[in-house]
Design a protein around this ligand. Structure first.
Ligand SMILES: Cc1ncc(COP(=O)(O)O)c(C=O)c1O
Length: 473
């Protein structure tokens, strides 16, 4: 993509990628500046480029699209655009050996794996303790099918996988037939990129592998010729912001027969009889696409991936790496006059094998932690979007805060339903029970982030200098 606009963004920092990405910001994401907002929640969801909406609107305005899978012209138009999007996804991820199943998001994709993986046939489910709840939740399918699950820990010092434990776990359960191992390509909380080699190692040891790529693919190349998990889950709004409500499950063709679908719905069957209790499921990805697809929005996936290709995923990766390095460096410099650091970051404090997602807490001059919900409220007042809590990934928070099994048991046995109207209440209630801080603040960068956004955040954090937590009352 060639950008002829002027770089209008002024800041005291400068990065080698500024010229290109500042122009991109002015061209595609200018509303951030016109509305005076600072968006630092790219892992929550990306922002859509202006041109993507325009292109999609033009398509809808100028074409007649009906429900797919009929021979009428409007239906054929939708079928063609849906199949183009499917092929575009397979090409983008170099996934010629995979089926692409459209879902409503990554969680929808994970649910298919949970529902259909044959845990009932002497199965076992192994997860890293760094996982999104939509991956953790599969353990309930596993339990309901009479199988067991295991967590493999991450190390407290850098929030990376504890290799020794994982090897031990992968070598265990030798008597099991259907073994599924799930881990995220990139943590949605710490930003850690877990090692690809685990896919290969687990497969060599007889495991099927579920790679949750939702937080990885917005800023990194996933090449499914290079690394070949059995199942891969993705949400598209995390890559280019629009549309929400579309994700996919990529299933290796050789592993496809392993997923057992226990029911059928419109669009998933070749034949059903009401006289006899029989049905024939469609032999390809459509078997899992229940009912009518979101055929008006799916064509925007092709446009979104074209947009990312026009920028270059490697350029996005480099940009986010530079922003992350700058952020870590500047946050580390912020100190109270008595020398106490204002910021405490968790996970790797460099840019090696990590993405642009960082969790942190803020300390007062006596080393006491400012409550994360208070921090978020202060940021809200300045139109800065950050996120706080435990980000649907309890394993990271439990590791960061050294929560023991006994403490969790004590907490669950004293829980009162009415106190859990939000995840923030949930975490603060739990901190009171165990007498320790829970939760953190998360900041994440993406394609539209500028050094100006980082500067705004630094200024915001600097206001905590020499303060004590008594200001939160
Ligand atoms: C790593 C990871 N997996 C799964 C999900 C679930 O994605 P969705 O909410 O789009 O289903 C997320 C969402 O933040 C995520 O970051």
């Amino acid at each position: 993509m060639r950008l002829f606009l002027k770089n209008k963004i002024k800041t005291k920092f400068s990065l080698p990628t500024d010229d290109f990405f500042n122009k991109l910001r002015n061209k595609e994401y200018a509303k951030l500046d016109s509305l005076g907002q600072t968006y630092l929640d790219f892992t929550g969801g990306n922002l859509h480029p202006k041109s993507l909406l325009k292109d999609h609107f033009n398509l809808l305005q100028n074409s007649i699209m009906g429900n797919p899978h009929s021979t009428n012209p409007s239906s054929q138009m939708s079928t063609k655009l849906v199949e183009e999007a499917r092929q575009k996804i397979l090409d983008f991820f170099n996934a010629e050996d995979y089926y692409c199943i459209f879902t409503s998001n990554a969680s929808g994709a994970l649910k298919i794996v949970g529902e259909c993986y044959p845990f009932e046939d002497n199965g076992h489910y192994l997860m890293t303790s760094d996982n999104h709840n939509s991956v953790n939740g599969i353990r309930e399918y596993c339990k309901s099918k009479g199988a067991d699950y295991t967590y493999s820990p991450i190390r407290q010092e850098d929030l990376r996988i504890d290799d020794e434990h994982l090897i031990k776990n992968l070598n265990s359960f030798q008597d099991k037939t259907n073994k599924l191992f799930a881990f995220p390509a990139q943590s949605n909380v710490s930003g850690v990129k877990h090692n690809w080699e685990w896919v290969k190692t687990a497969k060599e040891k007889g495991w099927d592998v579920l790679l949750d790529a939702a937080a990885f693919v917005p800023t990194c190349k996933l090449d499914l010729k290079e690394v070949q998990p059995d199942f891969v889950t993705i949400s598209f709004y995390k890559i280019f912001g629009f549309p929400t409500g579309i994700g996919c499950l990529l299933v290796k063709k050789s592993s496809f027969p392993k997923l057992k679908k226990h029911w059928f719905a419109g669009g998933t069957v070749d034949y059903v009889s009401v006289i006899e209790s029989s049905h024939l499921l469609i032999h390809n990805q459509e078997r899992f696409e229940n009912g009518t697809l979101n055929y008006l929005d799916i064509p925007a996936i092709t446009m979104g991936l074209n947009f990312i290709e026009s920028i270059g995923i490697e350029n996005i990766r480099t940009r986010v790496k530079q922003l992350t390095g700058l952020f870590i460096e500047e946050m580390s410099k912020l100190k109270h006059d008595n020398g106490t650091p204002i910021v405490r970051m968790f996970g790797p404090l460099n840019t090696e094998r990590r993405g642009g997602t960082i969790i942190l807490n803020f300390q007062d001059k006596d080393g006491k932690t400012f409550p994360f919900d208070w921090v978020e409220n202060q940021a809200n007042k300045k139109l800065i979007s950050i996120r706080s809590g435990c980000f649907c990934n309890p394993g990271i928070d439990e590791t960061n805060n050294c929560i023991s099994n006994e403490e969790m048991t004590q907490y669950y046995s004293s829980r009162k339903e009415k106190e859990f109207d939000s995840s923030i209440n949930f975490l603060s209630y739990m901190s009171q029970q165990i007498g320790r801080m829970r939760g953190a603040t998360r900041v994440s960068f993406g394609i539209a982030t500028t050094t100006k956004d980082i500067e705004t955040f630094i200024n915001f954090v600097s206001e905590l200098k020499n303060k004590t937590i008594s200001i939160c009352k």
